[in-house]
Design a protein around this ligand. Structure first.
Ligand code: AMP
Length: 489
């Protein structure tokens, strides 16, 4: 078993000058801060297993509070600050947190829930008066560390229960695989309420003693200004497309970087190629989800294959299954995962949890296939699979073909009810600045690349695609907006 997150924090703090946040605290300072905060949580009456719901704008204190919760045995429950009070109401009733920590603007509205609410600044003030030395609550690897509500695009959000082992095993695997060391400087511009920015980024730094440049939000100009001081960046694909749109992105700016990592949504091979041509760096794409932490990654050394998410992490098993069992290599099917990275279940939903497991394997809901060299390709969410005239169409394949066409800035392929085909393939495109996309020309250009049944029956050019906070296209919203496209004809 690898070391717990807090054990790693303590060993980093033994090096007195080791920097945690550039221009901010050291690891020793961070450890002291988490001790004070843990005392404050205990003073507020929180006990092992209690939930702390945090809804604040991104700031350094979020990370200290996450670690303080681990030390006090309190379950950390961060919520997207973009959610309204109404949307947050579900988390309050479902998770019944013993404490809600917020920004001042939100405090009053959340207090109406009847839960105990404290402003983050007030909590920090209380902590400042406490002792830095804190005796950690006794804990086991399978204790609950955090609950993250999934961004699930349909139905009610579910609370994903993550254990200390889930977090620690994944961080140890990633820090090793991506060759993190104490000399690394990680540029952090991701949100911290989601697994990517909170666990993948922060825990990789923490496990290796690396420091972070911690930016409050993703702003291309700020990222470009910080790149010369950084060695690694983690981002979602929209970071990369937005940076590519900025003339300030040059080979020189990236000269000191050793690694660019992408995940949380598909990175198009076209973006991968453009980034390589512009900066000389091949983006390393990896794949994971809230329930499983990270599952696969392209290699640090060795070929990074665009359009694939690489191989299973050490200790993580991945299989591709069809309705009648495991499929041979090369065939497309459901991606299923097993390992120390897989969550304990959905909060208060044992039946829903049981439905999502098959013989001890977690059914991710994603479709994929392995190639002969063991690289996994993601073919889309199972619920986004289009079945047109009885034939399976994998949206990712059509999207890759569309993204290669000149003038296409972004694409999303959906299935829309059709009187003859059951579902028809529909492409939603966003044009690059200054480009004009014609439906007939787009369909014509695909004819050389794709079988007739895969060619979109309609091509819609939209001003933008609906995306969530991680830049992921919300296909359910697109389907809903266009579900009458073939009605009555
Ligand atoms: P979340 O739980 O919000 O992190 O979303 C997880 C989902 O994001 C996965 O189930 C995939 O559908 C998608 N995803 C994450 N990483 C990738 C990737 N590299 N390529 C394609 N889809 C991805």
């Amino acid at each position: 078993m690898c070391a717990d997150v807090i054990a790693r924090l303590k060993s980093q703090a033994d090096a007195p000058d080791r920097v945690w946040l550039a221009g901010g605290s050291t690891y020793a300072g961070l450890l002291a801060e988490t001790g004070r905060l843990a005392h404050a949580l205990v003073a507020l009456g929180l006990r092992k297993g209690d939930r702390l719901l945090l809804q604040v704008e991104k700031c350094e204190a979020v990370l200290a509070l996450y670690l303080a919760c681990l030390r006090a045995g309190v379950v950390f429950l961060p919520v997207n600050p973009g959610y309204t009070v109404g949307e947050t109401a579900h988390f309050l009733t479902d998770a019944a947190p013993a404490l809600v920590v917020t920004d001042p603007g939100r405090s009053a509205a959340l207090a109406a829930s009847g839960r105990r609410v404290v402003a983050l600044a007030k909590l920090m003030e209380m902590a400042a008066r406490e002792d830095a030395a804190f005796r950690d609550a006794a804990h086991e690897p399978d204790d609950l560390a955090a609950i993250l509500y999934t961004s699930g695009t349909t139905g009610r959000a579910k609370g994903v229960m993550l254990t200390r082992r889930n977090l620690a095993s994944n961080a140890a695997a990633l820090a090793d695989l991506w060759r993190f060391t104490a000399t690394d400087v990680l540029l952090h511009a991701l949100p911290v309420f989601h697994t990517h920015g909170l666990f993948v980024a922060t825990n990789c730094a923490l496990f290796s003693g690396a420091s972070m440049i911690f930016q409050r939000a993703f702003q291309p100009a700020a990222v470009l200004a910080a790149l010369p001081q950084a060695t690694v960046m983690m981002g979602v694909p929209t970071f990369y497309t937005r940076l590519l749109a900025d003339p300030g992105l040059t080979r020189e700016v990236c000269a000191g970087m050793r690694l660019f990592i992408s995940g949380s949504a598909p990175l198009s091979p076209a973006t991968h190629a453009e980034w390589l041509a512009r900066t000389g760096h091949a983006i390393l794409e990896r794949y994971g989800m809230t329930e499983t932490n990270m599952i696969t990654s392209n290699p640090c050394e060795g070929a990074r294959r665009p359009g694939t998410v690489g191989m299973p992490l050490p200790g993580v098993e991945v299989r591709i299954a069809g309705p009648r069992g495991v499929l041979p290599q090369g065939e497309a099917g459901a991606i299923e995962v097993r390992g120390p990275n897989v969550f304990r279940g959905y909060w208060k939903l044992p039946e829903k949890t049981a439905e999502e497991f098959r013989d001890g394997w977690f059914v991710t809901g994603d479709l994929g296939a392995f190639d002969a060299e063991g690289y996994l390709s993601i073919l889309g969410r199972a619920r986004d699979l289009v079945i047109s005239g009885g034939l399976n169409v994998y949206p990712a394949e059509i999207e890759a073909a569309l993204d290669d066409l000149p003038g296409v800035a972004a694409s999303a392929v959906i299935g829309v009810p059709h009187p003859d085909f059951g579902e028809a393939v529909v492409a939603c495109l966003v044009a690059a600045p200054g480009a004009r996309l014609e439906e007939a020309a787009v369909r014509g250009a695909l004819r050389d690349r794709l079988a007739a049944f895969k060619i979109p029956k309609r091509v819609l050019v939209l001003p933008d695609l609906p995306r969530n906070a991680m830049g992921k296209v919300q296909k359910a919203a697109l389907r809903q907006a266009h579900d009458g496209l073939f009605a009555g004809g």
